[in-house]
Ligand binder design. Structure first.
Ligand SMILES: O=C[C@H](O)[C@H](O)[C@H](O)COP(=O)(O)O
Length: 227
């Protein structure tokens, strides 16, 4: 797997560049996934060096990693807003619209992103796409509504596949199912987001169309959203 190492290095450099934006006293949202893990490690080093910040996690896995890194954590249930959130993505298009959720944390990630003054997205080059839909769009579904929602998702034009690991459905941190929807190229992501949000039983979806403010790819700030 030697060919993967440049991308892993890009993740690390993107994460470190984003963590350099954190200022003393900030309340920081910590994303989930392999790229966010580099950010947690980098923030842990800054905290060990004396930086006073507090953070909230977008998943139980991130919470555990952040505590292990020595970062002071708050329960997001007690928090209305964070100063910034640093998180990865599965796909990002030129307008900084993204698909997230391959790690199953999309719902908490979207809530924390919505609460954030700024969202810093950290990726490697492999995540840049000309159009969203190269891979599946994760949808979080209430188990009670599994069959109903699966049929409605198919009617929207995708191939819905229940996420399974070792023969059992993968559950989100909330105990919900994850359905990965292959739409192919998504021509109208905002309309699709509205359709998904209107489906009872859909608890969240991985389209992040307006949350990202800054994109770090590798060690550089590559792009700031036009507002
Ligand atoms: O649910 C998972 C998240 O949306 C991740 O941020 C996303 O899948 C990117 O993860 P990674 O940095 O491991 O590619």
């Amino acid at each position: 797997m030697a060919s993967l190492s440049p991308l892993i290095d890009q993740k690390r450099r993107a994460a470190e560049a984003a963590v350099a934006e954190i200022e003393p006293g900030m309340l920081v949202g910590l994303g989930t996934g392999s790229t966010a893990a580099f950010a947690i490690a980098a923030l842990g080093r800054r905290v060990a060096g004396g930086l006073a910040v507090r953070a909230v996690a977008t998943s139980l896995a991130t919470e555990a990693a952040a505590v292990a890194a020595g970062i002071a954590m708050l329960d997001f249930a007690d928090v209305a807003a964070v100063d910034l959130v640093i998180d990865g993505a599965d796909e990002v298009d030129p307008a900084l619209r993204a698909i997230k959720g391959a790690g199953g944390a999309l719902l908490r990630e979207k809530i924390v992103a919505e609460s954030a003054g700024r969202m810093l997205c950290i990726i490697d080059d492999s995540k840049r796409v000309s159009q969203l839909g190269r891979g599946p769009l994760p949808v979080e579904v209430l188990p009670f509504a599994r069959r109903f929602v699966t049929d409605r998702l198919a009617a929207l034009g995708c191939e819905p596949v229940l996420r399974v690991r070792a023969g059992a459905p993968v559950l989100s941190d909330q105990g919900n199912l994850l359905i990965d929807c292959r739409f192919g190229p998504i021509d109208a992501p905002a309309a699709l987001a509205d359709q998904l949000a209107a489906l009872p039983g859909v608890m969240g979806h991985g389209l992040f169309l307006r949350e990202i403010d800054f994109l770090f790819c590798g060690g550089e700030l590559r792009q700031e959203r036009d507002r």
